[in-house]
Design a protein around this ligand. Structure first.
Ligand code: NAP
Length: 286
């Protein structure tokens, strides 16, 4: 078997087009284009790339977007004050503070300070709690983007066995909740999991979010399984590599995501969907 490729770039382009049309419709109805503010603290090179991609995507769909760049020695108090100002601004529908933050700033505190209906990353405990309760509003972008990719396979997810490798707050845990809500039976693995390869061998759907290049090997994967590679690892030669040994696994899997061009563009596309939803919620409140 040679896996079919889940082309995140093409699917994300379709989503951008849908969002762009909805922005046009908002404007035609006399409403503002959605407004996103991205806050970047410091000069982490990966964060700079992610922020640039997000800004570009906002421009493509006609959002109003603003980038606030703060020096690496910004104090926590200053960032909290800035978030309060953004929370109060009526022209701001979505606020995204790019993670990771410098060590002097408590990320959880910052996330909790953002008004939940402007939390377009979906990381605020209120949004996470809604996902736990199966009443999602703003959903964490990467797992929601993975669900969109899975929908594009046309496979009925109900009753499927899914294995997630990784239990982080931004990927693994919300991924568990998304797959559970889709009625999969989900196993979440982490660094202390025993017999990991055997668990993966039983899975119809594998989501790898480990941060270790080519971690998932071909003989772990059930024939025909859907393999979603969330990993983005920068190699010494500057190239990007996922958490799955893609070429080898593609010989067994039914579907596979490439890196780059799989989950990454879906994360950004989902951010646009969230910002549009936040703007709609904002309109209903005012
Ligand atoms: P993270 O916070 O470092 O979490 C990694 C997870 O992998 C942890 O739960 C860890 O287990 C587990 N793990 C590490 N080594 C393992 C091993 N040998 N066996 C089993 N589990 C192991 O990472 P993250 O933020 O979730 O990100 C994961 C990857 O996805 C990274 O490459 C990141 O760059 C990428 N990413 C991509 C996107 C995108 O848009 N495509 C978005 C976010 C992240 P413990 O909990 O036990 O430590």
């Amino acid at each position: 078997m040679t896996a079919q490729i889940l082309d995140g770039r093409a699917i994300a382009a379709d989503i951008r087009e849908q969002v762009r049309r909805q922005v046009d419709a908002r404007r035609a109805a006399g409403q503002d284009a959605p407004g996103l503010v991205v806050v970047l603290v410091g000069e982490n090179p990966a964060s700079q790339v992610y922020v640039r991609n997000k800004q570009k995507a906002c421009q493509q769909v006609g959002f109003r977007s603003e980038l606030l760049q703060l020096p690496a020695d910004t104090s926590q108090a200053r960032l909290l004050q800035l978030i309060e100002q953004l929370n109060a601004r009526d022209d701001v529908d979505g606020i995204l503070v790019q993670l990771p933050l410098p060590a002097q700033i408590n990320e959880d505190l910052i996330t909790e300070h953002i008004t939940p209906t402007k939390d377009v990353d979906g990381f605020h405990p209120w949004n996470m709690g809604r996902l736990v309760l199966r009443q999602p509003l703003l959903r964490p972008c990467t797992p929601k983007g993975v669900m969109t990719l899975l929908a594009c396979t046309g496979i009925d997810l109900v009753g499927k066995d899914a294995v997630i490798i990784g239990q982080s707050n931004i990927v693994g845990r919300p991924m568990l909740l998304e797959l559970l809500m889709a009625r999969c039976t989900v196993t979440v693995c982490h660094s202390k999991t025993q017999h990991l390869a055997d668990k993966v061998r039983g899975a119809d759907i594998v989501v790898a979010a480990v941060g270790v290049p080519r971690f998932v090997e071909a003989d772990w994967v059930k024939s025909g399984a859907v393999v979603i590679d969330v990993g983005i690892n920068r190699m010494q030669d500057g190239s990007l590599c996922g958490d799955v040994d893609t070429d080898a696994v593609a010989a067994r899997a039914g579907w596979i995501t490439p890196v780059p061009g799989g989950v990454g563009p879906m994360t950004v596309a989902t951010l646009l969907q969230n910002t549009l939803l936040a703007a709609d919620m904002h309109d209903r409140r005012s």
